[in-house]
Write a protein that binds this ligand. Structure first.
Ligand code: ADE
Length: 225
């Protein structure tokens, strides 16, 4: 999979995409993540990528030209399944969307700007708009990081034990059951007996019942889906 991220703040990505599962998936060549600085696609001599909005509102708006230049250049290299714009007014991201996107070959994620981007980009170049929740971030970079992480960890082979991605919370609209490790007794705080029993069928039944109970208590909305 190839993920191209378009941003005015490329420095926000280092550290995150070079760590943990995202790093391992890139080392294993399961995914290539390229962060592109939109300023490099500006023809302006000062590399400006934003300008005042028509109609006189406060704040700056990302211009169409550098974004069109970047997307046009990338489209010459590969065919994209989706060109995504991160925005608080997009479709709310969830595990189903992450699953779907983890099967794609190529995506572009365009990071929104705090005041917005020229609307013509959304009308003519973007195929899908995604929000990561009903709150407003300063820009779309954190949203792009969240989406990239959620998508890449689902690519087969990214997580050592593939089962562990399948048993994540939300994969079947259930929250995950509790997990424990050694010691089995810490200051009298004990691990549930059943997990030490070695009886796999009973353990699986317990896990399902715990998942149901936690979902009913904490996220009853998921059971209605
Ligand atoms: N940009 C600003 N807020 C956002 C959000 N909630 N989701 C995605 N992109 C955003």
């Amino acid at each position: 999979m190839h993920i191209d991220i378009l941003t005015v703040l490329p420095q926000m990505f280092s550290g995150v995409i070079d760590s943990s599962i995202l790093k391992r998936a890139q080392d294993k060549e399961l995914v290539t993540i390229e962060v592109h600085n939109l300023r490099e696609y500006s023809k302006n001599k000062h590399r400006h990528v934003d300008d005042y909005p028509f109609g006189g509102e406060a704040g700056m708006v990302l211009q169409i030209e550098p974004i069109d230049n970047a997307i046009t250049a990338l489209k010459k290299l590969r065919t994209y399944d989706e060109i995504i714009y991160t925005s608080p007014d997009g479709e709310v991201f969830n595990q189903q969307i992450a699953n779907q996107m983890s099967s794609y070959n190529n995506i572009i994620i365009l990071c929104g700007h705090y005041k917005g981007i020229d609307y013509r980009i959304r009308e003519h170049l973007i195929t899908r708009e995604i929000s990561i929740g009903d709150y407003v971030l300063t820009g779309g970079e954190l949203a792009a990081v969240v989406m990239t992480d959620a998508i890449v960890r689902l690519i087969p082979g990214a997580i050592g034990d593939e089962q562990s991605a399948l048993s994540d919370s939300f994969q079947d609209n259930l929250l995950a059951p509790p997990v424990y490790t050694r010691p089995a007794d810490y200051k009298g705080w004990k691990v549930p007996e059943i997990l030490l029993s070695g009886h796999q069928a009973k353990i699986d039944e317990w896990k399902l019942q715990q998942a149901m109970e936690r979902t009913e208590r904490l996220r009853p909305d998921l059971l209605k889906k």
